[in-house]
Design a protein around this ligand. Structure first.
Ligand SMILES: [Zn+2]
Length: 306
């Protein structure tokens, strides 16, 4: 038996109460059976994913009641080789370059203090420092965080946005592939807002919820036996649309909010596959309203602290 679930009655973004089921998230945590039996006990459970009628945001109908469920799921004991390979991997470089160019265009050269929230193995910090940014990181996982600090020479603080505090210390804060993983995302935005100095910018990259579902359903039609799995184990707990992402930022006091199609990850191998991903991204970016279409598989937002 698992610890059960705690209902989430209202939309985390707009407080709307009319929520429509769109998907079922299933749990398979059997690989934790030795490391964390109470976590593994959720294997076989399922919870509906709901879409808010008012703002389009997607979130689970309930969260696991097991204390620190998410921290326990992300407590992965990675090997040294895997950590190094992640730091050396190039698949996110197009995303990182896009984030830096958006921030560079918005901030004068004198403002280059940056905090990367969810710094992982530090590849983005290294990229930012080479481009002249005074970049630091915040990372929950002690192993990847220590690697990131050693590999970049940058301060990498251990913790999350709730344990860390930095009052108006940064000109830029980045949340790249982080916000989709943390329940109650407005609380995260509230915290990072105070890390920014006045006039500083937040850059947020998340998957585009509805577009990812279209892609997963298409994949399921092509490959028999493939099951759309983006929400499984609640790895993706938040499913943003452009409107719900800008609404979340504005409600937490950010101004000059823009949301555009985000750059794609480009996995190694398969030049044709990489070409198609770039083409889909560029099509979404040049098409009027492209950010609202399934071509925009990712969303890249910028928002200013007054
Ligand atoms: Zn809503």
């Amino acid at each position: 038996m698992n610890d059960g679930f705690t209902p989430v009655p209202r939309c985390w973004i707009c407080d709307g109460e009319r929520l429509t089921p769109i998907h079922i998230a299933r749990f398979d945590l059997h690989e934790y059976v030795q490391q964390d039996p109470p976590l593994a006990a959720y294997t076989g459970a399922a919870v509906p994913l709901l879409r808010c009628d008012r703002c389009g945001f997607g979130q689970p109908a309930a969260l696991p009641s097991l204390p620190n469920y998410f921290d326990r799921m992300y407590d992965q004991r990675w090997s040294d080789e895997w950590v190094r390979a992640e730091h050396d991997a190039t698949y996110k470089d197009a995303v990182f370059a896009d984030v830096l160019s958006g921030l560079t265009a918005r901030l004068p050269p004198s403002r280059r203090r940056l905090l990367d929230v969810g710094a992982h193995t530090g590849r983005f910090i290294a990229t930012a420092r080479r481009a002249g940014w005074n970049a630091e990181g915040l990372e929950l996982n002690p192993k990847t965080g220590a690697f990131a600090a050693a590999a970049t020479g940058a301060p990498v603080h251990q913790g999350n946005v709730h344990t860390f505090d930095a009052d108006a210390a940064y000109d830029a804060v980045t949340l790249t592939d982080v916000l989709e993983h943390i329940p109650d995302p407005r609380m995260v935005l509230r915290r990072v807002h105070r890390f920014l100095a006045p006039g500083g910018y937040l850059a947020v990259k998340v998957p585009h919820g509805p577009a990812q579902r279209v892609k997963e359903r298409a994949r399921a039609r092509i490959h028999r036996g493939y099951r759309p799995s983006l929400a499984d184990n609640l790895v993706h707990v938040n499913h943003f649309t452009p409107d719900s992402l800008s609404r979340a930022l504005e409600r937490e006091g950010f101004r000059e909010v823009t949301v555009n199609p985000g750059a794609p990850e480009l996995p190694p191998g398969g030049r044709a596959a990489r070409f198609i991903r770039r083409l889909v991204f560029l099509s979404a970016r040049v098409a009027p309203g492209g950010v609202h279409t399934p071509l925009a598989l990712n969303l890249q937002a910028y928002a200013r602290r007054d």
